[in-house]
Write a new protein. Sequence first.
Length: 173
Amino acid sequence: MTFPTAVAALIAAVYTPAVEPVQRWLGLDDSELNAAFLNPDIYNVEGKNEAGQTVITDNIPMMRMLLSNTGYTLMVVLHNFTCVGEKLEDGNQIFVFRFFEPGNANAVYPSIERGASRDFFAAIDNYAVYPESEWQVAANHQCTITYTDKHGRKNFDFAFTEEARENVMDVLN
């Protein structure tokens, strides 16, 4: 083995095992979620009637969303999330969303590569006003999405803006 080859092998042997601990120590190996509501929409579910004609059998209110991973490792997002709206006399507005694929309406667990952004459909599965005794909230006008990366489970909180709340209420009515 020549001297330059030996030096290169030594550097590779020392560098490779040290990369991950150094990245972890510098905070360069986490994923980091960012999310935003884009626009409201309604997905029309089609079916067949007795005569075999295509008809709309259901309407699913939804919001298009943008999810971004500004971190350094792959993340997988839980298929559902909640948003807390206004505090009313009888409780808090609670919205439950589910990521899904139009066409088959199956739940989706979005995975987002590092440095990537993707848009998804979030069906509005439930809207109700819950008293504090049934559903305690940390803050109003906030959404919480749960995701996992190689370090485990994390929550991401983001603002449930007035514009987003109005869009959700419009598509529900």
